[in-house]
Design a protein. Structure first.
Ligand code: XLS
Ligand code: NI
Ligand code: NI
Length: 434
């Protein structure tokens, strides 16, 4: 099959002028003893690559999909699988992610939808075996169908809750069938529009019970990959319960779910939450809970989840600094939860988009590795806290000090001498490597 009018995308190096080549992503090149492909673990999202027609609130889809007859037939769904694997092969991406309803149609009843899913999963399984591609994570779409307008696991309606549970049960089983490495929960409708009609406490209790049932079912079927929660503050809900990394961690702790979950952090969600990506990654990593990454970016001029491809090298450097410093991604990966602009409607634009993201991350990886090996940045930070390494600071850290002790010390010590935070100097230092 040949729906993408190009050969396999090859690494040609930084001087190549061929837009359909990698300038920096060289899969087998070793960075600090580990290949780029192992460091970066790129994944492609089925929903954006195969199903996103590129519509916006003011106009319909523009994407050319000559392989797609636009129907809800299983046959059409099976054909998309071939096209998707052609795409993966040509771009050289070895992991992918899906929602149940991306890969197979939602039909008129649950049994029919599940049967359709089984047929597509069987084909995905064959394709995985044939190519070595792996499922990074699966998830259930609990936000598109009108039944989920008021939530899935936080719906005020118990029948909807049960339907959502049935869908997640099936999606988990399909993930297991495909040897998926993880399973994600993103709660698009798990939140509210107004507290006038919402019992927040009850909804959160229901959500936690739902996740506990998912954990129990995973045990039952022998699925041992981690569950991920993907924080996002809003859109589509006005207020989502999984609003940012800190809120998710608090929720998981409160309800005894920490050991079964990690976080899947998405750049555009971080910025919608009023944080930087770096912040969200650090919060997750500090708790030992950084599992996977949805690698995209937003647009500062547009206030929604624009899901753009990450091309900003400063951003990819910051991401890779955290990833490297925490020892690298293990079950997770860098999933391009990103779509083309509505104007980029040709199939080849999918190639250009992913090439850009992969090259930007390859550069981020190389730069972050160089910054870490150079050591000056880490030394500065370490030195900034040097007063806690000995004397009074060491005693504070070891918990020996009381307010009474510290008052006595401060009274005799006089006015503290503070060193510069050095922000501009450090910004210049980072720029040395870009
Ligand atoms: C939407 C989310 C979604 C999740 C998977 O904003 O990013 O795509 O990654 O449900
Ligand atoms: Ni996402
Ligand atoms: Ni998103």
């Amino acid at each position: 099959m040949n729906y993408f009018n190009c050969d396999k995308i090859a690494f040609e190096g930084a001087n190549s002028k061929n837009p359909l080549s990698f300038k920096h992503y060289n899969a087998d090149e070793l960075i600090n003893g580990k290949s780029m492909r192992e460091h970066l673990r790129f994944a492609a999202p089925y929903w954006h690559v195969m199903r996103n027609v590129l519509s916006d609130p003011f106009g319909g889809g523009t994407a050319q999909m000559p392989w797609d007859d636009g129907s809800d037939s299983v046959e059409n769904a099976l054909k998309r699988v071939d096209v998707f694997f052609e795409f993966l092969d040509k771009i050289g991406i070895e992991y992918y992610c899906w929602h149940d309803r991306d890969i197979a149609p939602e039909l008129n009843d649950l049994a029919a939808s599940s049967a359709a899913l089984d047929q597509v999963v069987a084909k995905l399984k064959d394709k995985q075996a044939e190519t070595g591609v792996q499922l990074l994570w699966g998830t259930a779409c609990l936000f598109s169908h009108p039944r989920y307008a008021q939530g899935g696991a936080t719906s005020p309606n118990a029948d909807v809750y049960a339907y959502a549970a049935a869908q997640v049960k099936k999606a988990l089983e399909c993930t297991k069938e495909l040897d998926g490495l993880g399973y994600t929960f993103w709660g698009g409708r798990e939140g509210y529009s107004t507290l006038l009609n919402t019992d927040m406490k009850r909804e959160l209790d229901h959500l936690a019970a739902f996740l506990h049932m998912a954990v129990d079912h995973a045990k039952k079927i022998g699925f041992d990959g981690p569950f991920y929660i993907e924080p996002k503050p809003r859109e589509p809900s006005t207020h989502q319960y999984d609003s940012d990394a800190a809120a998710c961690l608090n929720f998981l702790r409160e309800y005894g779910l920490m050991e079964h979950f990690q976080l899947n952090i998405e750049t555009n969600h971080a910025t919608l939450a009023g944080h930087t990506m770096e912040h969200e990654l650090r919060v997750s990593a500090n708790a030992g809970m950084l599992g996977s990454i949805d690698a995209n970016r937003g647009d500062e001029l547009i206030g929604w989840d624009t899901d753009q491809f990450p091309t900003d090298i400063y951003l990819t450097t910051q991401v890779m600094l955290v990833v490297l410093e925490t020892g690298g991604l293990t079950t997770g990966g860098l999933n391009f939860d990103a779509k083309r602009r509505r104007e980029s409607h040709e199939p080849l634009d999918l190639m250009h988009a992913h090439i850009g993201g992969m090259d930007a991350f390859a550069r981020g990886l190389k730069i972050a590795d160089a910054i870490i090996r150079d050591g000056r940045l880490a030394d500065f930070v370490k030195d900034r806290y040097a007063t806690f390494d000995s004397g009074i600071g060491a005693k504070i850290e070891s918990g020996e000090m009381s307010f009474v002790d510290l008052e006595k010390y401060a009274l005799s010590n006089g006015e503290p001498a503070l060193k510069s935070g050095g922000q501009e100097m450090l910004e210049n230092l980072v720029n040395e490597f870009l």
